[in-house]
Design a protein around this ligand. Structure first.
Ligand SMILES: *[C@@H]1O[C@H](CO)[C@@H](O)[C@H](O)[C@H]1NC(C)=O
Length: 643
């Protein structure tokens, strides 16, 4: 070897070392921007197949990756065999290995046969330039506990032994701590035992071996909080050579105080229950987003990088229903304006953006919305993101007939000045007791809330019970799942059923009686009346509770958010959550109050509105625009200092 080539080689080695240092540094900066990607849940529930997953991945890599969407995630129950009798809370259909770990169902994931797990799928996904993610549940499967499997010791190899004996699944499964929303499927493990910790470690080592880059850990946050397990998983992830982004779910009843205990251990965490495509779900995100932004949780320190409050997937395009056994089959129920509100809020809050619709049928307007360059710029790079509390509004009197009809339908339960507001609360809550059946005639039964029954002037809040009609095929799929359950109609004539996604629990004051949609077969709309007078929802396991509230809660009001861009521009968004057309305004001098270090009194600002493309020229004292009901506006201000 000549001296020259020796030097050259050393140079290469040094270069390579620097490169790996750069790489490991990058690993330390996990999720430095809000993560983006696609998740199978909103369009496939749990039933997605390998082919369908790869078809979607292909489209992500071709059409969405250029916009930063790079994580593609298989949502829940990829280990459940899709056969007669299997559904989201069935027991006995899961594929597990001899160490009690769930592994992909080879029927739906052919590449996983012969114990290959997700390795081949992950490789295909990586070859497309994407990152591969999976959904997992807290703890251990009931099936593994029933089978009383051995536990793998990944440190020593072989079965986990301590105190001279082999430990098994029954030693670590906490049957009294079942997952509240999937009680037959999973339970916590006892993290105080070495065997419990070894089991958790064995799971995540296997995910890393498969090449998993993202884990959505479910039934572990919000109402299902298990800080011990989050802590242990986070430590295991740190010791792996392969970086895994760590995401928590669900987010029912999450407060910033609760999130502060875990935000440093993870990269993203849900702050609401599941978000579906109904207006109540979208509107329910405003308060909680405001609270997390105000608590400086957006982009706070996280696991080997940053962490992000997560507003949940974007259920746009072609979808399925919550908990369904069916794939994509229906269009998003949100109006185009409501979809824009959702994407704008998610961007202004810097939420992770995980698209939920089936990409194989993606329409152009949805595509344009989720790839809007300005919204994505705000989502990735803006700072000072917060609610702008000084926006004002006045009603535009010219409300047309359509609004009036809409309103009269939704104000149905309003009495004089107070109104009944429906929300969800724990079934253990005494305040959730008070529902009773009132038969009207043979065909129809009412379920009424105790207040006002028998009062002449104030009508009680009643819902109409409807036994879902089953076709023969549905009978097979759903009968066991929904035995004794029923739909609740909001009127006795229309086919609108009460929806109850757990999101709405967060803002029960705001929960509107408008949260109904066309009756469908999904657990979100299925209810059961308990003997003690509580009315339980199948999806969330929570109960309907009624509160009295002032009628103006119904309106939902207006909201505004503000942020600054990386070139000094200001983003100001207006959201009209009310059922009336509104003129919304912001005073220029009020912007200064929330933007540190700016002095707009000595500046000249040109501004334009994103969605209309309209250039408004130089701003005077106030920025003002008429916004339709459930619509939004987004202004971009470019200011130059005159001082
Ligand atoms: C009412 O009954 C249900 C079902 O048995 C139970 O889960 C719930 O805790 C009970 N609630 C109250 C307030 O007694």
């Amino acid at each position: 070897m000549t001296r020259f080539s020796f030097l050259f080689l050393t140079g290469l080695i040094i270069l390579q070392r620097e490169l790996s240092e750069v790489l490991s540094e990058r690993q330390e900066q996990q999720a430095d921007l809000p993560p983006r990607g696609w998740n199978s849940y909103d369009s496939f529930s749990w039933i997605i197949s390998e082919t369908e997953f790869l078809e979607n991945a292909e489209i992500v890599s071709k059409r969405l990756l250029p916009y930063g969407y790079k994580y593609i995630v298989v949502d829940y129950l990829w280990y459940r065999r899709k056969v007669k009798g299997a559904y989201t809370d069935s027991l006995g259909f899961d594929v597990i290995d001899k160490w009690g770990r769930v592994i992909p169902d080879p029927g739906r994931w052919p590449s996983s046969s012969d114990g290959r797990g997700f390795s081949e799928l992950a490789k295909k996904v990586h070859d497309m330039g994407l990152k591969f993610g999976i959904h997992v549940m807290r703890g251990i499967s009931t099936q593994a506990v029933n089978a009383n499997t051995l536990i793998l010791d990944t440190i020593k190899g072989g079965a986990y032994e301590e105190s001279g004996r082999q430990w098994r699944a029954k030693d670590i499964g906490l049957t009294e701590r079942a997952c509240a929303w999937m009680p037959h499927g999973f339970m916590s493990v006892n993290t105080k035992t070495g065997a419990g910790r070894a089991f958790l470690r064995s799971l995540y080592h296997q995910y890393a071996e498969w090449g998993v880059d993202f884990v959505k850990h479910d039934c572990i946050f919000g109402d299902d909080l298990d800080v011990n397990e989050i802590q242990i998983v986070s430590e295991v992830l740190k010791e792996l050579n392969h970086p895994i982004l760590y995401s928590l779910s669900p987010g029912t009843s999450v407060t910033p105080a609760m999130a502060k205990d875990v935000s440093g251990l993870v990269n993203m965490y849900r702050i609401t229950g599941d978000d579906w495509d109904n207006w109540g779900d979208v509107a329910a995100h405003f308060n909680v987003a405001r609270d997390f932004a105000a608590a400086n949780m957006v982009g706070a320190t996280g696991l080997q990088g940053k962490s992000w409050p997560d507003l949940d997937m974007l259920p746009l395009g072609l979808l399925t229903d919550p908990g369904s056994n069916e794939g994509p089959h229906r269009k998003c129920n949100l109006s185009p304006d409501e979809q824009r509100i959702q994407m704008t809020l998610w961007s202004m809050v810097k939420s992770p953006l995980m698209f939920g619709g089936d990409l194989r049928t993606l329409d152009e307007s949805t595509y344009d919305l989720i790839t809007n360059p300005v919204l994505l710029e705000i989502n990735s790079f803006s700072t000072n993101n917060k609610e702008f509390p000084y926006a004002t509004s006045r009603k535009n009197i010219k409300s047309d007939k359509c609004f009036q009809q809409w309103k009269s339908r939704n104000l149905k339960y309003e009495s004089a000045s107070d109104t009944h507001v429906l929300g969800l609360s724990s079934c253990k809550d005494q305040k959730a007791k008070g529902w009773a059946v009132e038969a009207i005639d043979e065909d129809i039964e009412k379920i009424c809330w105790k207040d006002n029954i028998g009062s002449k002037h104030k009508p009680p809040l009643c819902l109409y019970k409807k036994k879902p009609l089953l076709t023969l095929g549905e009978e097979v799929i759903y009968k066991k799942q929904y035995q004794g359950n029923f739909h609740l109609l909001t009127t006795d004539t229309m086919d609108f059923c009460l929806d109850a996604s757990p999101t709405q629990k967060l803002t029960s004051q705001e929960l509107q009686t408008s949260s109904s949609s066309r009756c469908r077969w999904n657990s979100n709309q299925m209810w059961e009346l308990n003997l003690n007078g509580t009315l339980m929802n199948s999806y969330s396991g929570q109960c309907a509770a009624v509160k009295m509230a002032k009628a103006n809660f119904i309106s939902g009001g207006i909201r505004s958010w503000i942020a600054t861009g990386r070139r000094g521009e200001i983003y100001l968004s207006f959201f009209n959550l009310s059922p009336d057309r509104m003129v919304i305004s912001a005073n220029m001098l009020d912007l200064d109050k929330v933007l540190p270090g700016r002095d707009l009194s000595k500046a000249s600002c040109r501004y334009s509105e994103l969605f209309s493309g309209k250039d408004y020229g130089v701003a005077k004292q106030a920025i003002s625009i008429e916004v339709e009901m459930h619509a939004s506006a987004l202004f971009i201000l470019n200011c130059i200092s005159l001082g």
